[in-house]
Design a protein around this ligand. Structure first.
Ligand SMILES: Cc1ncc(COP(=O)(O)O)c(C=O)c1O
Length: 352
């Protein structure tokens, strides 16, 4: 084998459990995706791109930054569009963290935060979400900022716990991190569902990087589209780490089309968050199935017999995500009313 760096040799690849996902007819409640297709406008734009005679040409992004900035409500030079928000995590990690340096990741959290930190050879410090509601460990993280970390990762709301971190606490953490010269990645992958964003802090905090995605609420997971928002000098530095064509033209085309039809996503988000999620929560309470309070389009449930439920759901062609941390939990994406009625029916039979 070639002389790989020690930390790469000691790592494993991140392999999300894909088994069964390719089967037609499965209801996919395991990756926090939309359960419906993206807007017809997106599909039409992609078809037009395929027929444009430009497939053999390297990407040209034109006014993509302006389009995204208009959606966000910031300046075009405060945005960098990326190959999924996984790439934001990777680029920020590479920008700030060298071998042996500390990264704080309140845990458990999203796998790619750890993966990117490990690639850098970072020492990962993992304060725990704790208590009956899996609360953010605020005091502990504030204290840990004294221990000379390079980066603090805040996933808000957190995946898989769903935990919301109040913006006043985000502000306190940003202020302490700034004092200590620590960069902060605020991962807002679920922003459109939760309404939680630290955007208002960007102008005052030059240590802040917001990460967003179009995978979840615009249904663009397959094309890989994300972006980072930060002060313009920071964005100029991050640009040095990216390749000139990291974002492909399918993503560029889909982003523009999706943002031209925001009503489509808004309708879905409204259905999921205002109508369906409260119904699922009421169902869980009624049937004595424990779950954690969460601010995103998924719920972390803790049934008495998770294995039995997982099996029953699979038999009924439904996938949810079993989690080892916290032990005995299942993460369930919330889909349309019809999806979740199907889900609740199977759950009801499995627990009765
Ligand atoms: C917290 C969090 N950040 C980032 C991502 C990655 O999103 P993307 O598809 O944009 O790479 C996910 C996906 O599940 C996520 O849960």
């Amino acid at each position: 084998m070639a002389p790989f760096r020690e930390n790469i040799k000691n790592m494993s690849p991140y392999k999300p459990p894909l088994e069964g996902r390719a089967s037609k007819g499965y209801l996919l409640l395991d990756f926090n995706e939309m359960t419906i297709e993206p807007s017809a406008h997106v599909k039409q734009a992609l078809r037009q791109f395929v027929d444009s005679g430009r497939l053999q040409v390297y990407p040209e992004y034109g006014d993509l930054n302006e389009i995204v900035a208009r959606y966000v409500g910031c300046m075009p030079d405060e945005v960098l569009v990326t190959n999924g928000s996984d790439q934001v995590i990777d680029v920020v990690m590479r920008a700030f963290v060298d071998k042996g340096e500390k990264v704080i990741i309140p845990s458990p959290s999203f796998a790619m935060e750890y993966q990117s930190a490990l690639i850098q050879g970072a020492e990962i410090v993992k304060p725990r979400y704790a208590g009956p509601n899996l609360d953010f460990p605020l005091q502990e993280v504030l204290k840990l900022l004294d221990a000379n970390p390079k980066l603090l990762v805040l996933v808000n709301p957190n995946n898989p716990t769903g935990t919301e971190l109040a913006l006043e606490h985000v502000r306190a953490l940003l202020a302490r991190a700034k004092e200590k010269n620590v960069a902060v990645l605020h991962d807002e992958a679920y922003f459109e569902f939760s309404g939680i964003t630290a955007l208002r802090f960007v102008k005052d905090f030059d240590n802040l990087f917001l990460s967003r995605t179009l995978s979840k609420q615009f249904g663009l997971a397959s094309v890989r589209a994300g972006y980072v928002i930060s002060q313009k000098d920071n964005v100029a530095e991050l640009l040095k780490i990216c390749g000139p064509y990291d974002v492909n033209m399918f993503a560029r085309t889909a982003i523009e089309a999706a943002l031209q039809d925001p009503e489509y996503s808004k309708r879905y988000i409204k259905e999921v968050m205002e109508k369906v999620k409260p119904k699922v929560e009421a169902f869980l309470k009624e049937h004595g199935i424990d779950f954690y309070p969460g601010a995103a389009n998924f719920l972390l449930i803790k049934p008495a017999d998770p294995e039995k439920i997982l099996k029953a759901l699979k038999t009924a062609s439904m996938l949810v995500r079993p989690r080892e941390d916290p032990p005995g939990t299942l993460r369930v994406s919330i889909g349309t009313l019809a999806d979740m009625e199907r889900f609740c029916k199977v759950l009801e039979r499995a627990v009765s």
